[in-house]
Design a protein around this ligand. Structure first.
Ligand code: COA
Length: 319
């Protein structure tokens, strides 16, 4: 089976909060945030907007982009770290969209979650003979932010991205690698009162080492090399992490998709949001080799090498 992406969609909440807005709320500055992270603004959902609301909107757009009806969906898998543990956000999306015959569940692998969910969906399609799956990354990071902790509060944003997987894809999945190291769990976790706690320097060191490693490995598993790479879509956690990866891989800036300035770190939504942006802006072209790669709490990491088969895909987005 040649399984891959047949449609993509994304959603960002309307409420755009700039660094200048945050300056008025806490002891920080636009200059500090931009130079340390590359972030200029983030979208933060209003209080009454849930992770499932954002996931549903992104999923609808992905279905529209794929030209697939909800009745054709066999599985819905949502990667999220910020939704209530139950019912699964994927089940809420199922109910919202009326996906009667789909199996629905969530996966939890923080910022790497979308790639874990994509691999799970692909495996289910192969083992159970499913034809179409909806894979979503959706987060309301704002709900986990401790607004008294400026070192983490400025880093995150909300949003959702989704793809439909099916046969005869627009983007074939040539490899997926996943990994975890639970001994690093202490560096980035949710406190007992539900807030993000992070050892920024440790996470930074891990990310700078891991990102180039998994890009190379995902290419190798796909039978390709760095010379074949046309576009890298990295997890958007920090511009300096992306720059360090570019330097280690000797990649030109025009080969790397960067959305952190507008999205900040949206965890599991970050990669599908960035991929959607790359599609929308025409960065992704027929015949190209694309790598998506992420890392996050757990610690976890994942990367996937894709071949873009044709550029006819349309991407639905609200921004
Ligand atoms: N505004 C202004 N000053 C801030 C600040 C903010 N929002 N947050 C922290 N500071 C201050 C600190 O208090 C510290 O001050 P001090 O020197 O007087 O003690 C100073 O800035 C430097 O802090 P430091 O933690 O050393 O900064 P850094 O260069 O390591 O950058 C991060 C901090 C968080 C941006 C960086 O470590 C990082 O991005 N790490 C990875 C995070 C990540 O990717 N997480 C998600 C993984 S999925």
């Amino acid at each position: 089976m040649n399984i891959g992406i047949i449609g993509i969609g994304s959603f960002l909440p309307d409420n755009r909060v700039t660094n200048i807005d945050l300056e008025k709320q806490m002891d920080t500055s636009d200059e500090w945030i931009r130079t340390r992270t590359g972030i200029e603004a983030r979208h933060l959902a209003e209080e009454d907007v849930t992770v499932a609301d954002m996931a549903t909107k992104a999923a609808q757009r992905a279905l529209q982009s794929a030209g697939v009806s909800i009745d054709e969906i066999d599985a819905i898998i949502c990667a999220t770290a910020t939704a209530p543990a139950f019912p699964a956000t994927a089940c809420l999306v199922q109910a919202n969209l009326g996906a009667k015959r789909a199996v629905a569940f969530d996966v939890s692998a923080a910022c790497s979650g979308f790639i874990f969910a994509m691999d799970t969906a692909k495996s289910l399609m192969q083992s159970k003979g499913y034809n179409r799956a909806l894979v979503i990354g959706a987060e309301k990071m704002g709900s986990l932010i401790d607004w008294d902790d400026r070192s983490t509060a400025v880093l995150f944003g909300d949003g959702a991205g989704a793809v439909v997987l099916g046969e005869d894809p627009i983007a074939s999945i040539d490899s997926i690698l996943l990994g975890s190291d639970g001994t690093g769990g202490k560096h980035l976790y949710e406190s007992e009162d539900g807030k993000i706690v992070m050892n920024g320097r440790e996470v930074f060191k891990f990310a700078v080492r891991k990102m180039p490693e998994i890009v190379l490995e995902s290419l190798k598993i796909a039978g390709k090399s760095l010379d074949d790479l046309d576009v890298l879509v990295p997890h958007q956690a920090n511009r300096r992490i992306i720059d360090a990866a570019m330097e280690r891989l000797d990649l030109e800036e025009d080969k790397v998709v960067v959305t952190i300035q507008d999205h900040a770190n949206t965890s599991a939504a970050s990669i599908p949001l960035a991929l959607a942006e790359a599609v929308r802006s025409g960065r992704v072209q027929e015949g190209q080799t694309i790598v998506i790669a992420g890392f996050g709490a757990g610690l976890t990491w994942g990367a996937s090498c894709l071949t873009w088969n044709n550029a006819t895909i349309t991407e639905e987005i609200n921004t």
